[in-house]
Design a protein around this ligand. Structure first.
Ligand SMILES: C[S@@+](CC[C@H](N)C(=O)[O-])C[C@H]1O[C@@H](n2cnc3c(N)ncnc32)[C@H](O)[C@@H]1O
Length: 227
């Protein structure tokens, strides 16, 4: 792994939600044009909503970071009255200190019931199954995708690594091939990245690739489906 966790700076993005920037780098945890909107559109509307025909969903997140994608996923099943079980696995080699987590403002955009869950997901043990709610379990792994192996198959992958320009080792054919084999048939991978090379590499390993309209100031994002 080429990056050690550096000092983090709190930034307010265009929709009022916060994100983090790694000081002295170009690494942002979300789009500065709206962190909350970006996560909601890409990972929930294009990802989770697309696999909801299953009643039990296994999700793998590459890059847990601020926990926003996990929080939105949990929020989705807490506020909707149907029964859906989620097993959420998240990889994060460089967890954010709780003092920084406490400055993130995501809960103000969601129902009041979500607040205690945000701390719960951040303080959940690594390498353990944590029951966050009756139908949501969280397993966090303090490791990168390159060293991670799983004994379950995923219906949904949130691929939310730093950009290919700053962390190219995350966006390789080898990583995509590994993920392909970790997913169920019909499984979906969503990512904010719409680079041509990334889409070609996803296709090369067997995914069917779609480009979908992006969040503010981003023309397209990518959804890859294992047929
Ligand atoms: C774009 S940011 C995080 C976005 C995160 N999903 C969020 O909502 O805050 C990318 C994350 O990937 C993590 N990361 C770095 N190397 C990684 C690796 N090899 N495997 C998985 N995650 C990695 C970083 O520490 C960082 O938290």
């Amino acid at each position: 792994m080429s990056k050690q966790q550096k000092d983090l700076e709190l930034i307010t993005t265009a929709d009022g939600s916060t994100t983090l920037k790694v000081v002295n780098s170009n690494d942002y945890y979300h789009s500065i044009h709206g962190a909350f909107q970006e996560s909601q559109l890409i990972y929930i509307n294009y990802g989770l909503a697309h696999v909801k025909q299953n009643t039990s969903i296994n999700i793998l997140e590459i890059g847990f970071g601020t926990g926003l994608n996990c929080l939105l996923t949990l929020n989705n099943i807490l506020v909707e009255p149907y029964k859906l079980n989620i097993q959420y696995h998240a990889l994060e080699p460089f967890p954010i200190p709780i003092s920084v987590v406490n400055q993130l403002n995501y809960c103000r955009y969601l129902s009041a019931i979500i607040e205690p869950y945000f701390i719960k997901i951040h303080t959940a043990d690594f390498n353990n199954t944590n029951a966050i709610s009756p139908n949501f379990t969280l397993n966090k792994y303090k490791t990168g995708i390159q060293l991670f192996n799983s004994n379950i198959l995923y219906h949904l992958v949130y691929f939310d690594a730093f950009a290919p320009s700053t962390q190219p080792e995350m966006w390789t054919e080898q990583v995509f091939e590994k993920l392909y084999h970790m997913m169920c048939k019909g499984g979906v991978l969503v990512t904010y990245c719409a680079k041509g090379q990334i889409k070609r590499d996803l296709k090369k390993v067997g995914f069917e690739v779609e480009s979908l309209p992006g969040p503010p100031k981003k023309r397209e994002i990518t959804r890859a489906i294992k047929k």
